[in-house]
Design a protein around this ligand. Structure first.
Ligand code: GLU
Length: 611
């Protein structure tokens, strides 16, 4: 969601800024802009465009601009429509230039106050107040840093922001409060961005700003102040992000590429974490095995797709580890009073590690008494990882498609390893652990087999192209997989999709069944199979059309009302992971037929860093 890039160098930074924005495109945005100034202050220029970064780059290439200090932004509108006037950077009195991620909650009060002082607003954004406020503070303050500090002190909300003073182009000023910012260190040049991915072409040395930090960048130096205004050092580390966004290779979309990367992503995530048929000690961090020994309850917090992986984990924890488990949506948890069970482990799940609601929920959980926290996350150094006691770094590789695929299945693998790590101190036998580990080792090959179903799923997808609604059914640990399947279809094909635990059919959704409501069923061969057969008959009796992804031995047969796709048999523990793959393919091929923007579906953003 929304992206910031900044650079201060001895060379022209326009291309660095544009490349940085391109690398953040996958996060979802509606407009983009760049502002640059030269160190001799001879030129200041701002260019903004609605739509893709390419439109911005084309505009700049048509009418080139140069600058050795600059800031750039991709905007995901929260306040004001996606128009050029609302796109960042925002300017005050031709002097102060601002880019901003997040939301300024007290923008109305500030706007009124600044309007009374004579400032004229040219946008409907909350961001513009920062520019005018900073400009107004310059009158009172002795220098730009004090003015910036005074400005930041008046802002409420969650934000990351960068300011440029056109009259002093030798510095950039950045503040982090709830929305990530990373500093990139070069030689005689320095950078900043909302995500290190943006800066990988120019540096691999990074430090992450902490909550409340303010940073001042010059070409030779970076000075960081903490919330109290004290100068602090933040650790600089060498990034080992190996998977660059890269290109799509032979695939038409990143989403399809990422679906096909699942076997290798799962091999990577398992590497070094299972050995000799068991889960390695301390894979969640030094001393983690000892902490997990004492766990008596697990509270999982997540949003969206990650919430669905958490729901699967609830089934697993209670079945294999004999530990009670609750799963809750982060935006609910953070705004209600909840009870902390004794010896609870708080688990947060987020691909980016910057999901605003999840992060806020983690902070609240610590306040209300959770003693240990663990995050499952794909981005090393992200806020969630840094603020949790333990972490599982997914190593799924960068995920570009807004609709999560490989991150979901790899999260599930991480969660199953956690279930084993907790369960081995409870009722999980050595033998059961070995069975789970061997099933996980076999998973990449099984997924390859499912990917071979692609052709058949393409044909199936044609039936959905003219449909407006659909129903996904599953039982037990496949119920969250039905939910995830429905979410995928909604996200990228814009077809309304609902998921139900199959046993709930007769409590309402049966009323919806007719020939225009395709019903998708996930049916592994487990102890709930007979129950599921009955549910399928209930749908058939009401003239519904069914699409059943079924275990080869599950005894479903294709006929005029039902299309059955055989899924290779697998161990029960990994079935939720395996069955999510054909549903991903189904959504993808339906979206392809419908011609939607698969990698960047309308109105959505990759990592939801605002509430
Ligand atoms: N709230 C700001 C706006 O609507 C920033 C949105 C963003 O994070 O991109 O312009």
């Amino acid at each position: 969601m929304c992206g910031i890039v900044g650079a201060i160098a001895q060379r022209d930074v326009v291309e660095i800024l544009l490349e940085g924005l391109k690398r953040l495109e996958y996060r979802g945005y509606d407009s983009a802009g760049v502002a640059v100034v030269n160190s001799d202050n001879s030129e200041f220029k701002r260019v903004r465009r609605v739509g893709k970064v390419k439109a911005l780059a084309d505009a700049i290439h048509e009418e080139p601009c140069l600058g050795s200090t600059g800031i750039a932004h991709t905007r995901w509108a929260t306040h004001g429509e996606p128009t050029e006037a609302n796109a960042h950077p925002h300017i005050s009195k031709d002097r102060i230039t601002i880019v901003h991620n997040g939301i300024i909650e007290n923008h109305n009060v500030l706007r009124d106050r600044l309007s009374q002082k004579g400032y004229v607003f040219t946008s409907a954004t909350d961001t513009e107040v920062i520019a005018h406020l900073l400009e107004s503070e310059l009158d009172k303050a002795s220098d730009m840093l004090s003015a910036f500090q005074a400005t930041i002190a008046q802002l409420e909300g969650a934000y990351g922001t960068v300011a440029m003073d056109n009259q002093n182009p030798d510095h950039l000023y950045a503040a982090r409060s709830g929305s990530p910012l990373v500093i990139g260190y070069g030689i005689g040049e320095n950078f900043l961005a909302s995500d290190q991915l943006a800066l990988l072409p120019v540096t691999r040395r990074f430090s992450f700003l902490e909550e409340g930090d303010i940073a001042v960048l010059s070409r030779s130096d970076v000075v960081i102040y903490d919330q109290a205004g004290t100068e602090v050092e933040r650790e600089i580390s060498e990034s080992d992000v190996v998977h660059d966004a890269g290109d799509k290779g032979p695939f038409k979309h990143y989403m399809l590429k990422e679906i096909y990367e699942q076997p290798i992503a799962i091999k990577n995530t398992l590497e070094g974490r299972i050995k000799s048929g068991v889960v390695v000690e301390d894979i969640f961090g030094p001393g983690s095995s000892e902490i997990l020994k004492g766990i008596e309850h697990v509270q999982i917090i997540a949003c969206g797709t990650s919430f669905h992986s958490g729901m699967v984990a609830k089934y697993w924890f209670e079945e294999h580890a004999d530990v009670s488990c609750n799963v809750e949506i982060a935006s609910e948890f953070r705004y209600r009073k909840s009870k902390v069970h004794p010896n609870s482990l708080l688990v947060t799940i987020s691909q980016s590690g910057e999901t605003a609601d999840t992060l806020a929920a983690l902070r609240l959980a610590k306040e209300i008494g959770y003693q240990s926290s663990l995050s499952i996350c794909n981005v090393p150094g992200s806020s969630l990882v840094r603020e949790s006691d333990m972490a599982y770094l997914m190593k799924a590789g960068v995920e570009i498609g807004v609709a999560s695929t490989k991150a979901f299945t790899v999260q599930l693998v991480g969660l199953l390893l956690l279930v084993v790590a907790v369960g081995r101190h409870k009722s999980l036998s050595k033998e059961a652990e070995r069975d789970i580990v061997s099933a996980l080792s076999a998973l990449p090959a099984k997924i390859e087999q499912v990917l071979d179903m692609s052709k058949a799923i393409t044909l199936l997808a044609e039936d959905f192209a003219d449909k407006h609604h659909s129903l996904f059914l599953g039982r037990g640990d496949q119920y969250p997989i039905a939910m995830e399947g429905a979410l995928k279809l909604k996200e990228i094909s814009y077809i309304h999709a609902e998921a139900y635990a199959a046993g709930e059919l007769k409590h309402g959704p049966l009323a919806l069944i007719d020939a225009d409501m395709p019903v998708i069923v996930v049916a592994p061969n487990n102890e709930l199979l007979e129950k599921l057969h009955s549910n399928v008959e209930e749908v058939r009796a009401r003239g519904g059309l069914m699409y059943v992804f079924a275990d080869t031995g599950a005894n479903f047969k294709s006929d005029s009302t039902m299309k059955v796709l055989a899924v290779p048999h697998c161990e029960k523990a990994i079935a939720p992971i395996l069955y999510s793959v054909p549903l991903q393919l189904l959504s993808y091929y339906v979206a392809l037929i419908k011609g939607t923007d698969v990698d960047q579906p309308r109105n959505l953003a990759k990592s939801v860093t605002v509430e």
